[in-house]
Write a protein that binds this ligand. Structure first.
Ligand code: BG6
Length: 296
């Protein structure tokens, strides 16, 4: 659908479509309470700014904005596998949803000032070699003083559908030395850097590369940032796992789409169905993975 058609069918009342970086089509949702931008490439939330506040999501200055590459920052939608493909190392990391072009299904504004946009992706829009099974994904993004992102997965085929997934949220922080991630005390954890398991004790502080998967965690978690004097609340649903990631300097240096010093200004706290929390859907069944992000 071209820009003119998108704007005439779905635009108005604070919702507009324009050409963004790398020629990607970007939807902007704005109301009195907040603003968000979303690329149709990847169904990718690129920014969220609550009214009068600082940006909540982080975006790398080195990010690619290209049709065949993921965007580095915001909220990549990882599906139908999280991390590397289980059997084929040539397949894209974190699945194909974040590098696919999503279609706009509907948009609008509720009576209480919540702007929303719904995108869709089915097997008809992606290469069959990646994933032979039929599926129907819907991504609903709602913007007010909080950002809500919900990925609904429906098995439209006649065989069981196995998947893992993430709303791989990158958060903007004052400095990695200033923050604590709270909410995982007492939770089982896999440290993917040395493949060991432990039970988390207390809040998380960051002094080196961190790549942790938490399990049995359905409760809210928080990023406490003494530099920005704010607390970001991350309320998950349909998820009992979470990933906390910061690449630190060496890994950042190996990533072409990530500035060498940028690890200091970001942290990922990801709402996932990862590893032990991967899901199976019987034919006709649905699952929704969701997150509501707000600032206190
Ligand atoms: C995280 C993983 O979710 O994503 C990390 O836990 C990974 O291991 C990171 O490095 C970024 O992945 P990608 O594919 O976007 O470079």
């Amino acid at each position: 659908m071209d820009l003119e058609t998108l704007n005439s069918r779905f635009g108005g009342d604070g919702i507009s479509f324009s050409v963004g970086p790398g020629n990607l089509t970007v939807a902007r949702l704005e109301n009195e309470l907040g603003m968000a931008e979303l690329a149709l490439h990847g169904g990718h939330v690129m920014s969220f700014v609550p009214g009068g506040g600082a940006p909540v999501l982080w975006m790398s200055r080195e990010s690619w904005f290209a049709a065949d590459k993921p965007i580095r920052g915001g909220i990549p939608v990882c599906w139908p596998w999280f991390g590397a493909h289980p059997t084929n190392a040539q397949f894209p990391s974190h699945g194909f949803a974040r590098i696919s072009e999503w279609q706009v299904k509907s948009a609008g504004k509720t009576a209480d000032q919540v702007s929303w946009l719904e995108l869709g992706l089915t097997e008809r829009q992606v290469a069959k070699s990646f994933f032979p099974q039929p599926f129907d994904l819907r991504l609903r993004v709602e913007v007010s003083d909080v950002l809500s992102v919900a990925l609904r997965i429906e098995n439209t085929g006649d065989e069981h559908l196995n998947f893992s997934a993430a709303l791989h949220s990158y958060f903007n922080i004052s400095d990695i030395g200033n923050i604590a991630v709270v909410g995982f005390d007492g939770k089982p954890c896999l440290d993917t850097l040395d493949n060991t398991r432990h039970v988390q004790s207390g809040s998380l502080k960051f002094e080196r590369e961190t790549d942790l998967v938490f399990f049995d965690c359905e409760e809210d978690c928080f990023i406490e940032d003494s530099g920005l004097k704010r607390r970001i609340r991350i309320a998950k649903s349909g998820s009992s796992s979470a990933v906390v990631w910061n690449p630190w300097s060496d890994k950042a240096g190996r990533m072409p789409d990530f500035g060498n010093d940028e690890y200091r200004s970001m942290v990922c706290v990801e709402t996932t169905n990862a590893l032990d929390d991967a899901r199976t859907l019987a034919p006709g069944k649905r699952h929704t993975l969701g997150v509501v992000i707000g600032v206190a």
